[in-house]
Design a protein around this ligand. Structure first.
Ligand SMILES: [Zn+2]
Ligand SMILES: [Zn+2]
Length: 251
């Protein structure tokens, strides 16, 4: 198997990863299915308890932030400053309840069923949104710092973004946005604000590709929005015209 043109990984890494995923897939075929949020054996993607705790953001929604509106066409009551530099946010679930559990199960345990469920929900939310993407739109992810990526073994946002790009038949550009320096853990006592910790943390590696582009920026979750705004700032500086943020959950 040869690596895709945009892949930042050597063929050996991809091959090892493919074997690992094949192994996991075999285990999944032989073992009963488990809930993508809590891991108990169940027939569907989620057990009944987690399905009851999953909070969707469906219904008539604000085209900018995706929060539900009182009635179609009525003004949004949410504050949009957290999306500064970002044209719109699309996300299927709230982080509280089972949405966050699914994100964490993928992120910290590498659960592929949780990843597949996230991708399906993100695609459905995007397709239900009023935002159409041009065929030349680029799919990018909010990258982890290299050191953290080494510790975890994979970058969850990158996995989601590459799967989404494949489903949407859009180009995934994995290495155009990089962390410029290590950000401290949010629990580090030296960090006084998340915004300060991520400001200026991203650099663009392929600015020519990004000039005038529409970017679908992917992350697993948005909380304060500081990280996504820092990405947007770097992308705008490189000439990106439109940024649509797609996350698995909203914190
Ligand atoms: Zn469950
Ligand atoms: Zn809104």
């Amino acid at each position: 198997m040869s690596p895709p043109a945009s892949s930042p990984f050597p063929a050996g890494t991809l091959l090892r990863r493919a074997w690992r995923e094949l192994g996991r897939a075999c285990v999944e075929v032989l073992a009963p299915a488990t809930c993508a949020a809590c891991g108990v054996h169940c027939a569907g993607a989620l057990c009944a308890g987690c399905a009851a705790l999953l909070e969707s953001r469906g219904g008539p929604a604000c085209p900018r932030c995706g929060e539900p509106l009182l009635a179609p066409g009525s003004p949004c009551l949410a504050e949009h400053r957290f999306l500064s530099g970002i044209d719109a946010l699309v996300s299927p679930w709230r982080y509280r309840g089972a949405g966050g559990a699914i994100v964490r199960r993928f992120k910290f345990e590498g659960d592929l069923a949780a990843a597949a469920l996230l991708v399906r929900a993100m695609l459905a939310a995007l397709r239900a949104s009023p935002h159409a993407l041009p065929r030349r739109a680029l799919v990018m992810h909010v990258p982890m710092h290299r050191q953290r990526r080494r510790q975890r073994g994979f970058d969850q946002a990158e996995r989601l973004a590459s799967s989404l790009a494949r489903e949407l038949q859009l180009r995934f550009v994995g290495a155009a946005l990089r962390r410029g320096r290590a950000t401290l853990s949010q629990t580090d006592p030296r960090v006084t604000s998340r915004a300060e910790n991520v400001a200026g943390a991203f650099v663009v590696a392929r600015p020519r590709l990004l000039a005038e582009a529409t970017v679908l920026l992917v992350d697993d979750v948005i909380t304060s929005g500081g990280t996504a705004r820092a990405c947007a700032e770097a992308l705008r500086a490189a000439g990106v015209r439109r940024i649509l943020l797609l996350t698995g959950a909203v914190g």
